[in-house]
Design a protein around this ligand. Structure first.
Ligand SMILES: *Cc1c(COP(=O)(O)O)cnc(C)c1O
Length: 435
């Protein structure tokens, strides 16, 4: 009887059959295919065509796992799909400096050293009227730095209604503790008054913290002290007020139904000493965290030893600078993809569904997402596909070279086209029509 193990090709022979791949990739794929076949034989299972399998493995090895994808989920700021997508000018700004040297920390005038923070700080000051600005890696880093820099070994007062968890183990009470401060909880989950804060102030109080509950909403019998009240109390007692507004809306999005979202301007106007937010939520830029406030506070944070670990890289700063320039000199609602998608007329989305021309066109609702604006939904349209197994179709689309993400609703597979660009419509059409 022939020995099936003996019939397996050698690594050399199998790898030589893998044309168009580097030697290293061909050998790794061949070894893996042979190993899989051996394991199958040991388990008395059938083996498929080992040459075909090795070719698939070689292709997979060469393909990056972090790839561009099409977001047909209807969630504009989808955290798992990379939140905000960048404006064209921000993409160009990254490309322009990615493979070259850059004026990151130079002062062209004197030829001496400059600050990497200056590029965006100048624009942020102009845009918001804040005295000074600081950019860090994300909003979690901004929160951490603000607390570590202003309240280490002292007390931070926070309402029980604002003890948020953002997800991914980011829980505000734990962050406060890790930043070396003591959390003083006041009020209750649904009601906290300014008098609760006032009573909690001691010699040790270093910060009155307000945090926007981005991803949940407390409704019914509720009350929270306003930022104005907190600022008045802070002034009276000489304690700074910090405001984590989460999304960092720089334009008023109320005309699109986003009425409850705190804007940067409102928070500064109310007198918060330090305001911070994400760069890749409603601001529509790269992942980063932005802190704004009085020079005194900002420079204190800029000098903190943690700053070195939290500082953003040049690609982030290039993308943020380009994005901020749109707010100053361009048309944010049309040039910044996140805002354009939020503002996109529903009729435009219906026409896009017609262009795709596959399946049924159904009314649906999109979400802003990214932990912003819970419960807020934007009317939208989707291409709906009836299939025996929506889960199988969803998987097939996810496994493509350029994965397509939709969602399953009431037994149908939906592709909400709100966040799908025109060039991507054809790819969706092709994916749905190929067998
Ligand atoms: C999203 C969010 C954060 C975390 O921001 P990242 O940029 O994801 O680190 C912190 N606080 C609030 C209120 C948020 O909405």
């Amino acid at each position: 009887m022939s020995n099936p193990f003996r019939d397996l090709p050698s690594v050399e022979k199998l790898s030589a059959s893998l044309l168009g791949h580097s030697h290293t990739v061909a050998v790794e794929a061949a070894r893996q295919a042979i190993e899989e076949a051996r394991n199958a034989l040991k388990a008395d299972k059938r083996t498929g065509d080992i040459f075909e399998r090795a070719a698939i493995l070689a292709t997979e090895l060469e393909r990056p796992t972090l790839r561009r994808a099409i977001n047909a989920t209807g969630v504009v700021l989808h955290t798992n799909l990379g939140r905000a997508t960048l404006a064209e000018s921000a993409e160009r700004a990254i490309a322009a400096i990615a493979s070259g040297h850059a004026t990151l920390e130079t002062d062209e005038e004197s030829g001496g050293r400059g600050s990497r923070q200056a590029h965006c700080a100048t624009l942020l000051r102009k845009l918001t009227g804040a005295e000074d600005a600081l950019v860090v890696n994300n909003n979690a880093a901004a929160t951490f730095l603000a607390i570590a820099g202003l309240a280490a070994r002292r007390e931070v007062i926070l309402s029980r209604g604002q003890m948020i968890e953002i997800g991914g183990h980011f829980r505000l009470p734990e962050v406060i503790q890790e930043a070396g401060a003591k959390l003083i909880e006041v009020g209750t989950t649904n009601r906290t008054r300014i008098s609760d804060y006032a009573r909690a102030i001691t010699e040790e109080t270093a910060l009155l913290l307000r945090c926007h509950p981005s991803n949940y909403r407390v409704v019914g019998f509720t009350e929270q002290a306003s930022l104005k009240e907190l600022v008045a109390l802070g002034c009276e007692s000489g304690i700074p007020v910090g405001d984590d507004i989460g999304s960092g809306a720089l334009v008023d999005l109320a005309p699109f139904g986003l009425t409850d979202e705190p804007t940067v301007k409102e928070s500064l106007a109310a007198g918060a000493n330090l305001v911070w937010f994400s760069g890749d939520k409603l601001l529509g830029g790269p992942q980063c965290g932005v802190l704004l406030g009085r020079t005194e506070w900002i420079q204190k944070l800029a000098r903190h030893p943690l700053m070195r670990a939290l500082r953003p890289d040049k690609l982030t700063l290039a993308a943020l600078e380009a994005t901020l320039r749109i707010y100053l000199y361009g048309e944010p609602l049309s040039e910044i993809p996140a805002l354009r998608r939020i503002a996109r007329p529903v009729e435009d989305i219906r026409v896009a569904c017609e262009r795709v021309g596959v399946g049924d066109i159904v009314e649906t609702v999109s979400e802003v997402g990214g932990g912003s604006l819970p419960g807020l939904s934007l009317p939208s349209y989707a291409v709906a596909i009836d299939t025996e197994s929506p889960a199988l179709l969803a998987r097939r689309l996810r496994l493509r070279e350029e994965p397509i993400f939709g969602r399953i609703e009431r037994g149908r597979f939906l592709l909400d086209l709100r966040c799908v660009d025109t060039q991507e419509e054809e790819k969706i059409q092709a994916a749905l029509t190929e067998t």
